[in-house]
Structures are given as structure tokens and as C-alpha cells.
Design a protein around this ligand. Sequence first.
Ligand code: NAD
Ligand code: UDP
Length: 322
Amino acid sequence: MKKIVITGAAGFLGSHLAKRLIAQGNQVVGLDNFSTGRMENIAELTESPLFTCITCDVSQETTLLHSELNEAEEIYHLASPASPKYYQANPFSTILVNTAGTKHMLELAKRNQAKLLFSSTSEVYGDPEVHPQPETYRGHVNTWGPRACYDEAKRLGEVLCYEYWHRYGVEVKIARIFNTYSAGLRNDDGRVISNFVTQALACRDMTVYGDGSQTRSFCYVDDTVRALELMMESDRATGETINIGSPVETTIIQVAQWIKELSHSDSRITFSPLPADDPRLRRPVIDKARKLLGWEPRVGLSEGLCLTIHAYRKQMALNGGD
Ligand code: NAD
Ligand code: UDP
């Protein structure tokens, strides 16, 4: 049994990861300021003697004073809004949690001689000019636009990890996570699959931005979370950046049509302007994850979408509609 810290434990990925690690008998200390996270994501854990949740802002250095963090052997630093809607609404907290917050968690890792996994993102590649994207691609990112607070803060977070690894020998691992989905995202999260499923089930217009020809590669949450755990376990992942995502690329219009069909919805598909700097293409090369971790996704998109639609439908019925 290990003591494991998860920042952003009440969020989408953090709560799935916490459940998985606790089911294995580990002790989990979750840190969250509940800015985008929800208590209901971790409701089933609050009864567990293996789970402690501390409400705090990891961008504040005082976070390090919590005695519950002593003796933690592993740190998953996941805290940060991930949906463009939320990270753009709060650009300064987004910058801080990925920079100051990352530095604080690296200090904790140094103090405890713990391993640290940083949840970076495919956004470090920006609007890519190399397709698909291997880890060696250095990206095409705009510092002067609405996505910069997230993209560039994640890039600086990676730099901080590099320096702590290089100078102090902290065992860091950088997961460059591509679009991940499942139920458990808030209905108002704003990311494409939660939007489309919520709209389809409520028979509201499904809002495609642009003409829908832009692509993403969607990975089911169980696969992503399994990859994060494998990275933490593997010595071969130390000091490495590794793409975690699905190598199957889909246009956004195709996703809208599948969700409409799979949920038997009468929704109309509507088109509105593409947001500024919205990447045109996105697909990871996952050879490194295959080689170092023996990992690749297991859940296909249609299976994952069916599971997601089913769970959202159940949730909406419980909530009495939308
Ligand atoms: P999420 O918004 O659901 O969860 C983020 C959590 O972090 C929330 O619980 C939020 O309250 C918490 N948080 C934010 N700022 C905080 C702070 N200053 N102090 C403490 N807690 C704070 O997002 P998610 O989808 O679970 O993403 C988790 C991580 O994975 C993020 O770092 C994100 O950048 C990264 N990521 C996610 C995806 C994806 O598709 N889900 C893709 C790429 C990268
Ligand atoms: N998108 C869309 N309709 C929506 C929400 C998003 O067409 O209601 C598009 C968005 O413009 C982008 C893609 O879907 O091209 C993925 O958006 P998301 O916000 O989920 O993730 P990201 O852009 O960060 O990859």
C-alpha cells in the first residue's frame, strides 16, 4: 500500500484515477480547490478510510504545510482546468496552477523523494504543422491568443519538471494527454463530447464549431487513466515526455453524427464560427507509449460513446431531465 497525492482529485481524470488507486488498496490524499471539480465525482470515496480530501489551491505555497502530504511516495499533478471554456474564463489561475502549482508539487516530490507525474497536454503542439504528432515535434503555439494561457503554461510546467529532474534527480514523468472523454464530465463542461451528448439527449441543437472538418483523436477515460498509472510505475518513463491518446482520428462532424445516431436523437446539427486558434488536426504518434509502457487504447470510439451516452442518460433521468 502506497500513499499517493492527486492534485485535481475532484476533477474528471483525478476522480477516475483516485477510484482506481483506492480500489487497489492505496491511500490517496486529494488536493482540490473545486474550481471545476465536483464533490459528486468523489462522493463514493468520502466514506473510505483510504481517502482524504484537502480543499486548497495548489498554486499557494502554503499547500506544502499540510502534514497529510508527508511520506507520500507518488504525486499525480492533475490540477488545472482542461476545458477551453473554463481555462479561458480564468487565465491567470490556469497559468499559476500549471507553473507555480507545478513547482510546489515538484518541491514536495524533492522533499519526500517521491515520483511526480505531470499532466501535460497535446496542446503543447498548438495548431500542428506536423501530422500526426510525435513527442519530438516542438509545436506551433501562439503566445498571443485565447489558448496561450493553457498551452504555454503547460509548456512551462514541462520545463520546470525538466529542471527538477536534471538538477535534483526528481523522478518526473510527463504525460502529454490527448482528448479524453466518458461520463463524469460536467454537463456544462463545454468540451465537445459532453456538449454533444447532453444536447442530443435533450433534443437540443448540436453545436458544431466551424464546418466540423477539424479533427481530434478521442481516448476513453479508462485507457488514459491506465496509461498514467503505467507511467508512474515504469522506470523507463522517468525523465520522458510520452503521448497518451488514441491514434484513431475523427472529424468533429463525424462525432456529432455518431452521437446523434447512437442516442437516437432528433437534434439538428448546427454550425457556428470556429473559435480563435482552434487546432485543425490532432492525432498522437503513440509508438513511445507502446514501446516503453506496452500501452495502447483498448476501448474503441463507438463502444466508448455508447457507454458515455448510457451514463449521461441515467444521470439525466436521476436529475429529472437536463
Ligand atoms: P477537470 O477540470 O475536470 O479537473 C481539474 C481539477 O483540478 C478540478 O477538480 C479543479 O477543481 C482542480 N483544480 C484546478 N485548479 C486548481 C488549483 N489551483 N488548486 C487545486 N485544484 C485545482 O479537468 P480534467 O479533464 O480532469 O483534466 C485533468 C488534467 O489533465 C489537467 O491538468 C488537464 O490539463 C490534463 N489534460 C486533460 C485532458 C482531457 O482530455 N481530459 C487532455 C489533456 C490534458
Ligand atoms: N467543438 C464543437 N462544438 C462544441 C464544443 C467543441 O464543434 O460544442 C469543437 C471545438 O471547436 C474543437 C473540438 O470540438 O475543434 C474539440 O473541442 P474541445 O473543447 O472538446 O477540446 P480541444 O479543442 O481543447 O481539443
